[in-house]
Ligand binder design. Structure first.
Ligand SMILES: [Zn+2]
Length: 157
């Protein structure tokens, strides 16, 4: 068995789509920076890579490389899952926390859970999506995500 942990943050910027967990949420701002700014998929990708002691997302997909500008972050997640399989492991379940002031994640949590489960090839009841508002930490201009994964050996049942 292996565990992995990932963390990420991106700043809100006006006029770009808000992508979280592989879906687009209705909001007047999106997350800038690396690729499509999908903070949850980035944290999850790093958790998977960390569980197999692999290189982190920034090493595999440097933000400075123009080919990743605006890229669908599902590409990064798929690469991490491929590396997990090559290392002889499979994903059992994942848990995550989003910290953002707006929009409210509650109405979208099921859609995010379903999409993340689909991307990861696991059941939706193996995907934890929790959201908090940034009480007293002064991060209203950003979205923060952390993710934890559990892997098991693909050869044992
Ligand atoms: Zn990121």
């Amino acid at each position: 068995m292996r565990i992995g942990y990932g963390w990420d943050s991106h700043e809100f910027k006006a006029g770009i789509p808000l992508r979280i967990g592989g879906i687009t949420l209705p909001h007047d701002k999106g997350l800038g920076g690396h690729s499509d700014g999908d903070v949850l998929l980035h944290a999850l990708t790093d958790a998977l890579l960390g569980a197999i002691a692999g290189p982190d997302i920034g090493s595999l997909f440097p933000p400075s490389d123009p080919q990743w500008k605006g890229a669908d972050s599902a590409v990064f997640l798929r690469e991490a899952l491929k590396r997990v399989a090559v290392a002889g492991y499979e994903l059992v379940n994942l848990d995550s926390v989003l910290i953002l002031a707006a929009p409210k994640i509650g109405p979208h949590a099921d859609a995010i859970r379903k999409r993340v489960a689909e991307l990861c090839g696991i059941a939706a009841d193996c995907v934890g999506i929790k959201a908090k508002t940034p009480e007293g930490i002064g991060t209203e201009g950003a979205a923060i995500a952390s993710a934890t994964v559990l892997l098991r050996s693909a050869t044992s049942s």
